[in-house]
Write a protein that binds this ligand. Structure first.
Ligand code: FES
Length: 107
């Protein structure tokens, strides 16, 4: 028996996701952080894994975002903490269909 695709929720059209910087998208009352490299879309929980504060006011520089609270930096490509002093961003699976990005998200 196959599971229905109800866990895949629409994120955005590819052209709406910037290649420099990121996009914040509200999905099921959770704020997600979305970045893109060409056809590869990366999606993370928009909460800092240090103390759980929102990254919405974080500063984006190239392919990383800096948390506004204690200045830890995270990769927008893989979510790794560039300071290597706390956990990485929580990452969600993404698929592209017909130039539209979907995230596997079931909360
Ligand atoms: S809450 Fe983000 S670095 Fe501390």
């Amino acid at each position: 028996m196959t599971q229905l695709d109800t866990d895949w929720l629409p994120l955005a059209e590819l052209y709406q996701i910037p290649e420099q910087g990121c996009l914040f998208i509200l999905v099921n009352d959770d704020l997600l952080l979305v970045g893109r490299e060409g056809e590869n879309v990366h999606c993370f929980e928009a909460k800092c894994p240090h103390l759980g504060y929102s990254l919405e006011l974080g500063q984006v520089n190239g392919d990383s975002i800096t948390c506004p609270f204690h200045k830890y930096r995270f990769s927008l490509k893989d979510g790794h903490c560039r300071n290597a002093i706390c956990d990485n961003l929580t990452r969600y699976e993404v698929k592209i269909e017909n130039q539209h990005a979907f995230v596997k998200f079931n909360r």
